[in-house]
Design a protein around this ligand. Structure first.
Ligand SMILES: NC(=O)c1ccc[n+]([C@@H]2O[C@H](COP(=O)([O-])OP(=O)(O)OC[C@H]3O[C@@H](n4cnc5c(N)ncnc54)[C@H](OP(=O)(O)O)[C@@H]3O)[C@@H](O)[C@H]2O)c1
Length: 247
């Protein structure tokens, strides 16, 4: 079908949880005028959140997506192509395997493989699959949700300093950061801006605020920033709150 010029379409991965970043990113993008395709592995979870956001007057539709499953990605791409003809914004938010207090020396490498499947290859697969639809957008943007835990240069939360060590999580996010740099370079001639953004320590699970986590809307806002960049905005960078972070 021909792209609908009046509407803008944004796809958010990993929006299964009421207090998660994904749902709040979907809310904020819808508030910016996007029709948001809010996705989760389990369709009923996506439907619950889309329904709640529509009750706030927002344009949000639900769909199923497992970013580790090529067939699931291809099916979603097909549905979006038929329904909308293009995609304007892709937010690779799905992630996990936060292995607090684990040690790289002794950890289960099967878990490390699973983490890379989700945190690295999930975003990689999504970008490979959706670039053809993003190229049909006048202002295509991609955000990978990274983490200071994957930073070499962050002296408090980075690879050499994180208080909980989190070896699998950190290394998988470092790989995602590297992927962002490589792909941004390749996507620039296609006018697609791609950045990796760390939302900071966010209270996406109950009780985290007691440990200093910032409110979820604040973390989501700094990710949405990457979706709203002007055409001459940055690409291939690592940011939080619109400011560059050390790699
Ligand atoms: N919270 C923080 O302080 C913080 C800091 C830095 C970066 N981040 C990043 O922010 C992102 C969101 O995290 P969050 O804190 O909001 O936690 P979250 O709600 O647990 O978000 C992770 C989401 O990823 C989904 N997911 C897991 N495997 C998936 C798959 N195979 N396909 C599709 N979705 C899948 C989960 O869905 P299920 O319910 O189905 O498992 C969940 O909705 C993650 O990438 C995380 O690494 C968070």
């Amino acid at each position: 079908m021909n792209p609908t010029p009046a509407l803008k379409f944004a796809l958010v991965t990993g929006a299964s949880r009421e207090t998660g970043l994904g749902r709040e990113i979907a809310r904020q993008l819808a508030q910016e005028g996007f029709r948001v395709i809010l996705t989760a592995r389990q369709l009923p979870a996506a439907e619950t959140h889309a329904h709640a956001l529509r009750a706030e007057g927002l344009d949000v539709v639900a769909d199923a997506l497992d970013v580790t499953d090529d067939a699931s990605i291809a099916a979603l791409r097909g549905r979006i192509e038929v329904a909308h003809g293009r995609l304007d914004v892709l937010i690779n938010n799905a992630g996990g395997f936060y292995d607090a207090d684990a040690q790289a020396l002794t950890t289960d490498l099967w878990l490390a493989h699973q983490a890379l499947e989700l945190n690295l290859f999930g975003a990689w697969r999504m970008i490979q699959a959706f670039v053809p639809l993003l190229e049909k957008s006048p202002h295509p943007r991609i955000v990978n949700v990274g983490s200071a835990a994957g930073s070499f240069g962050d002296t408090t939360l980075g690879l050499a300093a994180h208080v909980q060590n989190v070896p699998i999580y950190s290394i998988s996010k470092t790989a995602l950061h590297a992927l962002t740099v490589k792909l941004a370079r390749e996507l620039a001639p296609r006018r697609i801006l791609l950045n990796v953004i760390c939302p900071g320590f966010v209270a996406s699970h109950p009780g985290l605020e007691k440990f200093g986590a910032r409110p979820v809307p604040d973390g989501a806002r700094c990710i949405v920033w990457g979706a709203l960049l002007p055409d001459d905005g940055p690409t291939g960078g690592f940011y939080r709150d619109g400011k560059p972070l050390p790699w």
